[in-house]
Design a binder for this molecule. Sequence first.
Ligand SMILES: *Cc1c(COP(=O)(O)O)cnc(C)c1O
Ligand code: SF4
Length: 342
Amino acid sequence: MILQTEPLCQSSDSNESWQQALASAVTDPRELFELLSLEPAAMPGALAATDSFPLRVPRSFVARMKKGDWNDPLLQQVLPVARELEVQPGFSDDPLAEQGSNPLPGLIHKYQSRVLLIVSGGCAVNCRYCFRRHFPYNDNNPGRQQWTEVLDYIAADPSINEVILSGGDPLAASDKLLADLVGQLQRIPHLTTLRVHSRLPVVIPQRINEQTLQWLSGGRLQPVLVIHSNHANELDQPVRRSLAAAKEAGVTLLNQSVLLAGVNDSAPALKALSERLFACGVLPYYLHLLDKVAGAAHFLVNEPRARDIMQQLLASAPGYLVPRLVKEQPQQHSKTLIPLNA
Ligand SMILES: *Cc1c(COP(=O)(O)O)cnc(C)c1O
Ligand code: SF4
């Protein structure tokens, strides 16, 4: 493995707790523009777009962006823009119709053998393309009583062997809450696997600490962490160190991305991402076609173009660095694989 050399102490950020990093995220577009020396002409659009979906981006993520560059692939993911407000046919508030597979608050049971628990409605970063941008989180923030119902539901269905902690971002919840919940899940005998889907290890890498690894990999459930990275520039040295610690603790590390126009919609960008992931001990898992959520139309890469990019990737990278191209369709029992030679 080729380790890039870099200064030992990049910034004072490295001693900040993850809670501080979360709390001090940039939420005012004016500050983001200032930090990145961006021209103020796009400010009215940015402000208008934050009315329905606020800006939120941790400072260490901003620090990985290039100043003065509108096209920075990290900035593109978080920048509120006027185009979000245009109504586009085919783009809706609940593109996955998940609100119908929600038997209890906090639980989504759509696929056989696994359930998704919405552990936290919050996120460390608000991704403008997010399919959950209109999800009714406030109805899905279970209190203790509701967790009892969720645990009973899982305990009563032996066909479920895997629990996926999701959100929002599950790692926005405290280690104490997560350790409690996982402790209870471990007592359900038919469960074998604990999976966490989170963007936090990428945007605030110090989120992965000893306590986290304790509940994640210290018990009897097989631990899987699916991170969410869309571009190689997100994966800097602090991220690599956190992932190395997780790997050392026996966690299987996977990545899912969304194919996003202006961010990663080329074979070289995806190849660089896969190679950087691999250097961090992570294998690519899924590459999602954009869910058609209102406000995200400007990120759309259509299916023929997506297939074309994937064919180029296949021709230039080893098979294990090629993610599965998928889309999520309402009423299906799995992600839908997109055939590359159709
Ligand atoms: C994506 C998803 C899963 C996990 O699917 P895998 O193919 O196992 O990664 C589970 N439940 C829901 C509702 C999902 O959207
Ligand atoms: S759920 Fe994931 S993609 Fe959506 S805003 Fe949160 S971190 Fe971003």
